[in-house]
Unconditional design. Structure first.
Length: 123
């Protein structure tokens, strides 16, 4: 009986080693990328404000990487922005735009998120 139990124990251990060796390790949590479109080149005062906001964001959400895509001039940005929105707003997570009719049009199409609930909960 002892020999039988020993054989069962050895088979169990050897089988466990083989199955464990074939198991996939859990992936480390991937870094998420937040894409930010803006019109201010580096070194300008407004870009400094954006950089400060991104620094505070990264301090609170270290698992995010922030990619700034700066177009540097208003006309180029407006053209790219209109193209992006026509394609379904997939290229930017955060972007700069103008209020009023243009923003309302994108909101009506479901291309922008209403931040009112978040703003109210944050105070």
């Amino acid at each position: 009986m002892k020999r039988f139990l020993l054989i069962v124990a050895v088979i169990t251990l050897v089988g466990g080693v083989f199955f464990a060796a074939g198991a996939k390790e859990a992936k480390a949590e991937e870094t998420k990328v937040l894409r930010v479109w803006d019109i201010y080149p580096e070194g300008t005062p407004f870009r400094g404000v954006l950089d400060g906001a991104i620094g505070r964001f990264k301090a609170n959400y270290p698992d995010y990487e922030v990619e700034i895509i700066s177009y540097g001039d208003m006309s180029n940005y407006k053209t790219k922005f209109a193209t992006m929105m026509a394609a379904g707003a997939k290229d930017a997570d955060v972007f700069q735009t103008w209020g009023g009719g243009q923003l309302a049009m994108y909101a009506d199409k479901g291309l922008v998120m209403d931040l009112t609930p978040s703003m109210k909960s944050e105070g």
